[in-house]
Design a protein around this ligand. Structure first.
Ligand code: MYR
Length: 184
């Protein structure tokens, strides 16, 4: 007779799969509701970004605690950390970083796999929708909490027929962290 199941990978793999699907469907239901309530696609884009921002400013604490990552040496390292550690931790996929500008302040994060869009197809009436705008808001909010003001825009979107999702990150301002006391 097979031994009874222990808390192991197979059990958790199933739970994860169910949760991921529930998460994807719940997100879809939120977007659909916003479209009904706000009517204008641009307003929905703004609202998704704001919701993401509100999540990002809280999620950074969990990210720093779980990842054990402290201050990055520069924005290049920060972008790699978001793509390889952040996306993995919260979305279950990794992304790649490319298209740096010469100053090292603007880059692209490219996602080829995005669980948020499983089962999603946009009707013609939603062509201006940035369905995944919650993600840009999350990254913007999280970075603001570690003193980096950024502007984040979508330049490629698979729901619009592109071959990947591409988020353009631009570092606008880096506020140096200040000690709460003076040495004197
Ligand atoms: C630092 O320089 O202080 C460390 C910066 C790390 C920032 C990491 C932000 C994580 C954002 C997670 C995004 C997840 C999107 C699903």
């Amino acid at each position: 007779m097979a031994p009874p199941p222990r808390s192991g990978d197979a059990i958790f793999a199933n739970v994860d799969r169910v949760n991921a699907e529930l998460f994807t469907l719940t997100y879809g239901a939120i977007v659909r509701q916003l479209l009904t309530d706000l009517e204008e696609v641009d307003e929905v884009n703004k609202q998704l970004d704001q919701m993401g921002y509100n999540i990002g400013i809280r999620l950074i604490d969990e990210f720093l605690a779980k990842s054990n990552i402290s201050t990055c040496v520069d924005f290049k390292e920060t972008a790699e950390v978001i793509a390889k550690v952040g996306f993995k931790m919260f979305l279950g996929v990794t992304a790649s970083v490319s298209n740096w500008d010469p100053e090292g302040t603007t880059c692209s994060i490219i996602l080829e796999d995005n669980p948020l869009v499983d089962f999603v197809e946009l009707p013609d009436t939603c062509q201006g929708l940035y369905y995944c705008n919650i993600l840009s808001g999350v990254v913007r909010g999280a970075l603001e909490m570690v003193s980096m003001k950024t502007e984040i825009t979508w330049v490629r979107d698979m729901l619009r027929g592109d071959d990947a999702f591409e988020l353009r990150l631009k570092l606008l301002k880096q506020v140096p962290e200040e000690y709460p006391y003076k040495d004197d």
